[in-house]
Design a protein around this ligand. Structure first.
Ligand code: FBP
Length: 553
């Protein structure tokens, strides 16, 4: 790849560390806090993590470094979907490791967790790492979605560590990867391998957060990138005054991304999956809600608007999830072959009509044909419908269109409705990290090395007080077991870090709820523009509104 002028200049950006990490390695000491316990199911989690449970929360502060001086050989992996700033986590880790002892070594295992199992690695040096400073993407070593979760895999990882003399592994990932980091840490401790495991909180989805982790990295840059695009679409819509734009945004089950984009851009409509679930909203109710905004604006002569749709929303619509469940049953095992052997869509439709309950068939019949067919085309490796691939932005615009036609027939609506569709996801995952993510990620990596150096195992690198300037950020570590509870996964009770969904009584949703009626009928668009890397701090160093509102409490 060639280097763009921006990339060249961004190489020179010096990420800001929390004040307490700025004095040089020799001046960083540990302050231990209280012993911890898991957020729920304490006895069960304690029994599953006898060696790593209940450890103390720690913070770093200025003071003489008392850590053991031994050569560190650290391995790092990137796990799951890309998130802006991942390269800086590795740069921070590398810089702290080399500043502590130039003989320390950093291995990067390639392609995600599978790189660790397959012993596929590179060894970082200045020349290699300098090409990736403050850049987006995960191509520094690649990422993957293999899960590190079985004892057999752990035994292989232990062997790989032994072979290279690795003293610690850093896992940069989301809730599942950090859950697995805790299980691996316990395995290493139980087997006296002497290898430590440290996690770092990553995901653009923003659903890895709790009372200890204020936000996952990447959320800031990704939502600012999507908001820039949505703002531009709003301006286009306000200029042309002829289209309704339906914009689906990534985020899996959680609607943090949709909500943050709505807070930044003030669209006419934004669905929040968690609210749909809480209020058990039906397809018809959601459709009506959007159509009300279209009709109210049309009555004021505005046949244009913007609606944001979170990618996971259909899973939360009760009758839709029953339909998906029935389709999965209908095509289970060899029944899929019989279905696929049918030559025409009419024959397939008859097969479906025979197999679904009356209620689900009624929901199915409501869907546009393209969506009906999608439900049967895209299957995951287990043969299930891939809900995230359903084009919900098209689904809702088609349903709204029908709804408006009925209103027109009844004489209650007399506007024009021309929908356009967008899906924003991959556009934001590898953007140049905002200053916030560049600083936060570098700090997470630097801090991860300090946790290693001080001998901690099964900890998540924690940097908090993030709505304040970086100088006031607080660096430390939290035992991962503190964030765990037991949940039913694939028919078994498992210890996991709880996924954070949008809280309907939380400040960000409340802020949105208080204003959305006004946004629905009027044009209150906000155009945030592109992420700025140079310039006034109030433009370049702002956090997300979600973080600002949550921290303002
Ligand atoms: P992570 O959960 O691994 O951080 O990935 C998040 C995400 O970007 C989701 O928003 C999206 O649904 C998914 O990854 C897409 O996955 P893939 O990259 O495999 O297409």
């Amino acid at each position: 790849m060639s280097i763009s002028p921006l990339q060249k200049v961004r190489y020179e950006y010096a990420p800001k560390l929390p004040g307490m990490l700025r004095n040089g390695i020799a001046d960083i000491c540990v302050k231990e806090g209280a012993e911890t316990q898991s957020v729920a199911d304490q006895e069960k989690i304690k029994a599953l993590f006898p060696n790593t449970y209940g450890k103390k929360e720690i913070t770093f502060q200025k003071g003489a470094n008392t850590s053991e001086t031994k050569k560190q050989v650290v391995g790092v992996i990137l796990s799951g979907g890309q998130a802006p700033g991942g390269h800086n986590v590795i740069c921070g880790l590398y810089d702290a490791l080399k500043a502590t002892n130039k003989d320390n070594v950093l291995y990067g295992f390639k392609g995600g967790p599978s790189g660790l199992i397959e012993d596929d690695y590179l060894i970082f040096d200045d020349e290699y790492i300098n090409q990736y400073r403050n850049t987006g993407g995960f191509d520094i070593i690649g990422s993957g979605r293999t899960k590190l979760e079985t004892k057999e895999q752990f035994a292989i990882v232990a062997e790989v560590c032994k072979k290279h003399g690795i003293t610690a592994i850093v896992i940069i990932g989301g809730d599942d990867s950090n859950t697995n980091a805790a299980v691996l840490a316990e395995y290493f401790a139980a087997n006296n391998t002497g290898v430590q495991v440290i996690g770092c909180p990553k995901t653009i989805d923003g659903d890895l957060k709790n009372e200890d982790i204020e936000c996952s990295f990447g959320f800031d840059t990704a939502t600012k990138t999507y908001s820039e695009i949505i703002g531009n679409i709003e301006r286009d819509s306000n200029s042309a005054k002829k289209y309704w734009h339906f914009v689906k945004v990534m985020g899996r089950s959680a609607s943090h991304v949709a909500l943050e984009c709505a807070l930044q851009t003030q669209p006419n409509v934004c669905l929040i999956s968690e609210e749909v679930a809480e209020k058990k909203m039906s397809l018809a109710q959601i459709t009506n809600y959007i159509a009300d905004s279209v009709a109210a604006r049309a009555a004021k002569g505005m046949n244009f608007g913007v609606a944001i749709i979170p990618e996971g929303v259909v899973e939360f619509i009760p009758e839709f999830s029953v339909l998906i469940h029935e389709i999965n049953e209908l095509l289970a095992g060899s029944k899929a072959d019989a279905f696929n052997a049918l030559a025409t869509w009419a024959e397939k439709y008859a097969f479906i009509e025979n197999g679904l309950t009356k209620e689900s068939m009624a929901v199915f019949a409501l869907l546009p044909e393209a969506i009906q067919q999608q439900l049967f085309l895209e299957r995951d490796p287990h043969g299930n419908v891939q809900v995230s691939l359903i084009e919900s932005e098209k689904l809702f615009s088609a349903l709204v269109k029908e709804n408006l036609a009925a209103r027109k027939a009844a004489g209650t609506y007399n506007g024009k409705f021309s929908p356009l569709h967008h899906f924003l996801g991959y556009e934001g995952r590898c953007a140049f990290p905002s200053n916030f993510d560049a600083d936060y990620c570098y700090s997470l990596g630097y801090n991860a090395f300090m946790l290693i150096q001080y001998g901690y195992n099964g900890y998540l690198s924690k940097v908090s007080n993030l709505s304040k300037p970086a100088n006031e950020w607080v660096a430390g570590g939290m035992p991962i077991t503190k964030m765990m509870n037991m949940e039913r996964r694939h028919g078994e009770d498992k210890p996991v870090i709880k996924k954070a969904l949008v809280e309907l009584d939380g400040a960000p949703f409340k802020y949105f709820e208080e204003r959305r009626a006004e946004w629905a009928e009027n044009t209150c668009f906000v155009i945030p523009g592109a992420i700025q890397y140079f310039g006034p701090t109030e433009v370049c160093d702002t956090t997300t509104m979600t973080l600002a509102l949550e921290q303002a409490k």
